[in-house]
Design a protein around this ligand. Sequence first.
Ligand code: COI
Length: 363
Amino acid sequence: MEERTIQVDLCSMRKEKPKPDQLQFGKVFTDHMFIMDYSDPLGWHDARIVPYQPITVDPSAMIFHYGQSVFEGLKAYLSPEGDAQLFRPEKNMQRLNRSNDRLCIPPIDEEFALQAIKELVTLEKDWIPESEGTSLYIRPFVISTEPYIGVAPSRHYKFIVILSPVGAYYAEGINPVKIAVENHYVRTVKGGTGEAKTGGNYAASLKAQEMVANTGYAQVLWLDGFEKKYIEEVGSMNVFFKINGEVVTPALNGSILEGVTRNSVIQLLKHWNIPVVERRVSMEELYQAKKDGLLEEAFGTGTAAVISPIGQLTWNDEHLFINDGKTGAVAKRLYDTLTGIQYGKLEDPFGWIEKVEEVSRVK
Ligand code: COI
C-alpha cells in the first residue's frame, strides 16, 4: 500500500549557509531531509520531512553487510525569476526504479518520490545558491535495513532524500581534467551491476582512483571488464570523443550507466546536426585517431560534473593531449546550452525543465 501524504516536522534552528564562493561538492547539507520506510507487508509508508539528522539502524542491518543500496543524483537550479527548477527529474526517478529492480529493492512510486523531492526543495528553497555554476544537489537513496545477516533481499528499507548546496564537482571547475586509463582494475562487467546506480560500483572504483589521484589525475577511465579494450565510462561521468568531425560515445551495453546528461547531450548534438554515434570505441582506435591528428575533443558528462572537458588521457605510458589541453568548441557549446537551459537563461525547446511549484503540505 503506497503512502500518499507527507508529514512535516520543522527544525527549530536553521543552520548557517556557506558562502557561495566557498562551495565545494557535497560537504554541507540543508536543514531538512525526506525519509520513508518500507516493510513487509506494509509497503512504503510513513513518508515524512524531518530535520536533517543521523538515522538509527541496527548494526545487523543488511546494508552494512551486503551493500544492497541504490542512489540518484539531480540538481535544483534557481532561475533569473527566482523559481526553483529541476532538470528532467522523471528520468532520475525511472532510473531509480531500474536500479531498485537490479538490486531486488521494491519499486517506489515515481510520481510520489518526485512530489517528495519538490516538497523538500520548496521548503529548502533559500538553500539554492545563486552564483554561477552552483546549484542544490539532490541525493535520493535507498538502503536495506532489515536486521539479518543471511544473504537474501532485505524486507525492510529506508528511502531518504538529502540536499547539498554545491559548486563544481572537480577542483578544475570547468577547466579540462586529466584522466588516466585504467588497465588493471575493472569497474564492472556485462551482467554485473554497472548500469545500476548502486554504491558497490563506486566502492569498486576507489582503489584505481586512489592510485592515480596523487599524480594529478581527476579520475580514471574504465575499460570493458572482459577484454579491457573498449571504453566504458569514467565512473562519475559518461564520455564523448570528437573524432574527425563526428562525436562518438560508448553504446550502452549493460555495464555503462545511462546518464541523463549523456542522453541530453546526444539530443542536443542531433538538434544541431552535429553527427553523433553510439558505438563501441576502443582505446586502440582513440590512440590511432590521436596519432593521425583526428582526435579533436574529449569530454565527460554527468549531473555532478555537467560537461567536463578532458585535456589529457594517459594510457600506459602514452600521454594523449587533446585539443592542446584546452576546452573544445563542442564541449563549450554543450556546457553553455545545457547550463543555460538548466538555469532558465535559455529557451527550453525539449521541455526538460520542471518548475518546483509551491506544493500543498499535509501536516
Ligand atoms: C552524479 O553525477 O550525480 C553522480 O551521481 C556522480 C557522483 C558519483 C557524484
